[in-house]
Write a protein that binds this ligand. Structure first.
Ligand code: E4P
Length: 217
C-alpha cells in the first residue's frame, strides 16, 4: 500500500519525506487555506515547493464546480509540474472533466466519493485515483472502511485500473483497516503515520537496551 500525506504543510511533508516512506501528497482547498496561501501566484508557488520535495504524485484540487472552469483550472494546475494530479469532485461535471483529462493522459483524482456508484463512474471515466472519504462516513455513523472493501472488490472483479485512495483517514487504526481492505493508497495526516510506530514494548525494550549499553561504556 502506498502512503500519501494529506496536508499542504511544507514542514510536515518534509518530515514524512525524510522518513523515506512518502509516496505522494494530497491537498484540498481547506488544507491549502490552512497554510495561509492566497491568490493564484502563491498557490501555484506552494504546489511547486511541494513538488520539489516529493518524488510521487501531488493532488491539486480545482476550485471551479462547472465543467469549463474545471478544465481551465485543471490544465493550469497540470502545467505546474508533471507530478501534479488534477483533483476533481465526483459530480456530473467532475466526471466529465475526469474523462477529458484521462483522454489527454493527465492524472486525475476523483474526490468526495461516498458510495460505490460514485466510484464506479469515476473508474469508468478513467480516473487514476478515486478518493472515498473514510472518516467523514464514520462521522455520520456509516462504515467508511466497509466502503473501501466494497470498491476494491468491484474494481478487482471488473478489472478497473483506477487506484483506490483511502482519504479522510483520521487515525492509525483507519490505516491498518484500509490495509486489510486492500486500498492501493492511504492518504494520512502525519500524526496517523507516526502512530504506526508506537508500541509500549518498543519503548520499554529500547529503554533497557540503552541502560545496558551504558554499563559497557
Ligand atoms: C484528501 O484527499 C481529502 O480531501 C481529505 O482526506 C479529507 O479529509 P477530512 O475528512 O479529514 O477533511
Amino acid at each position: 500500500m502506498k502512503f500519501f500525506i494529506d496536508t499542504a504543510n511544507i514542514d510536515q511533508i518534509r518530515q514524512a519525506h525524510e522518513m523515506g516512506i512518502l509516496d505522494g501528497v494530497t491537498t484540498n482547498p481547506s488544507l491549502m487555506a490552512k497554510e495561509g496561501v492566497k491568490g493564484k501566484e502563491q498557490i501555484f508557488n506552494h504546489y511547486k515547493t511541494i513538488c520539489s520535495i516529493v518524488d510521487g504524485p501531488v493532488s491539486a484540487e480545482v476550485f471551479a464546480t462547472d465543467y469549463e472552469g474545471m478544465i481551465r483550472e485543471g490544465e493550469e494546475l497540470a502545467a505546474i509540474d508533471p507530478k501534479i494530479t488534477v483533483k476533481l469532485p465526483c459530480t456530473k461535471d467532475g466526471i466529465r472533466a475526469v474523462k477529458y483529462f484521462s483522454s489527454k493522459n493527465v492524472a486525475t483524482n476523483c474526490t468526495l466519493v461516498f458510495s460505490v456508484g460514485q466510484a464506479l463512474l469515476a473508474a469508468k471515466a478513467g480516473a487514476t485515483f478515486v478518493s472515498p472519504f473514510v472518516g467523514r462516513l464514520d462521522d455520520i455513523s456509516e462504515d467508511g472502511v466497509a466502503l473501501i472493501s466494497h470498491i476494491v472488490n468491484v474494481f478487482n472483479c471488473y478489472g478497473f485500473q483506477t487506484q483506490v485512495l483511502a482519504a479522510s483517514i483520521r487515525h492509525t487504526n483507519h490505516i491498518i483497516r484500509c490495509l486489510d481492505a486492500g486500498a492501493d493508497v492511504a492518504t494520512c495526516p502525519l500524526s496517523a503515520i507516526e502512530g504506526l510506530l508506537k508500541h509500549p514494548l518498543t519503548d520499554k525494550g529500547l529503554d533497557t537496551f540503552v541502560k545496558d549499553a551504558a554499563k559497557m561504556q
